[in-house]
Every structure is written in C-alpha cells, then in structure tokens.
Write a protein that binds this ligand. Structure first.
Ligand SMILES: [Cu+2]
Length: 174
C-alpha cells in the first residue's frame, strides 16, 4: 500500500522542485534589472571579501625613499568627500616613518586598515611603517577641508616630511 504512494510522491517532489527553480529563475529575471549598483554591492558584500568589493580608488604613497629622503611621495592629496579610497602606503627607506594626520583621520570614516595578515577596523589616527612595510588604509573622507600631514618621528617633519590632504566637497555638498 505504501509502495504505491511512494512513486507519486517522488514525482510530486520533482515537480515541486522544478516549479521552485522556475520561480527563482523568473524572480531573478524580474529583479535583476531593478538592482541599482548600490544594492548590487550590498548584496555582494557577504559573499566574498566583504569590504574589498566596494569600488575604491587606489592612491599610493611612499614614506621616505630608498635614498633616505625625508619626504612623502607624493605629499599632496586631494580626496572627494563621500567616495571610498584605498591608500596604499609603503616604506622604501631604511628607517621607520609615520603617516600622521589626526584631523584628516577625524574628518574621515575608516573602513579598515590592512597590514600583513592583520585587518584592523575602527578609528585610525596614525600609521607606523617600519622599513619595507606596506599597509592599506580604506576610508571615506567625510568633512571637506585642508589637513596637515606629518611624520611624527623626531626631526622628520622639520626636515620636510610633511604634506597636505584636502577633502573636496562632493557634488551634493557644493
Ligand atoms: Cu619619518
């Protein structure tokens, strides 16, 4: 008696399964054109690499040089409020340097800092780079203004290891 029911139930399950697949397919077609890029990135977030999926503008800066110059290369930065940037820092020199701009850091929202295999989330004030170190700082500048940058190692700022970071207003803030 049960055996006679088993086949129709199996068929019913297959039928339902196909129906669900078709439903998902149709829903997917209907929804996908309506997804804005913002939604799309939000949906992509949990899938892989989380924040790395957000489109960030890469900006590179070297702290010092291999010939020992006490400067930032480059030493002027301009960011637009509300956009996401990835500042890629490296230290090609033979001594330790700092990338310090407290006011700029306060005027920005830090998504994360990555160095080596460590990812740090939360507020950032200052980044210390030992010789040959590299780090990535992903942030969104928020408050328009001009901010001073310096290396806080004794004597370095005095020798020229300073810079300027400008946050320009976004289109909507103009
Ligand atoms: Cu320095």
């Amino acid at each position: 008696m049960y055996e006679r029911f088993q086949i129709p139930i199996a068929r019913l399950l297959v039928f339902l399964g196909r129906g669900l697949l078709l439903l998902f397919f149709l829903l997917g077609c209907a929804i996908s054109p309506a997804i804005s890029p913002v939604w799309a990135s939000a949906i992509a977030l949990p899938l892989d690499g989380a924040i790395a999926r957000v489109d960030a503008t890469d900006v590179k800066v070297s702290l010092g040089s291999s010939s020992g110059e006490l400067k930032f290369f480059p030493d002027r930065f301009e960011f637009v409020a509300g956009r996401t940037y990835k500042l890629i820092l490296d230290n090609p020199s033979s001594q330790k340097h700092y990338f310090t701009s407290k006011d700029f850091a306060d005027a920005s929202w830090t998504r994360k800092v990555e160095a080596g295999n460590v990812e740090v989330k939360g507020a950032v004030r200052e980044l210390e780079l030992k010789p040959a170190a590299e780090a990535e700082w992903v942030f969104v500048p928020m408050k328009p203004g001009t901010y001073k940058l310096r290396c806080t190692i004794s004597g370095h700022a005095e020798a020229g290891m300073t810079g300027e970071i400008t946050i320009a207003p976004s289109q909507s803030q103009v």
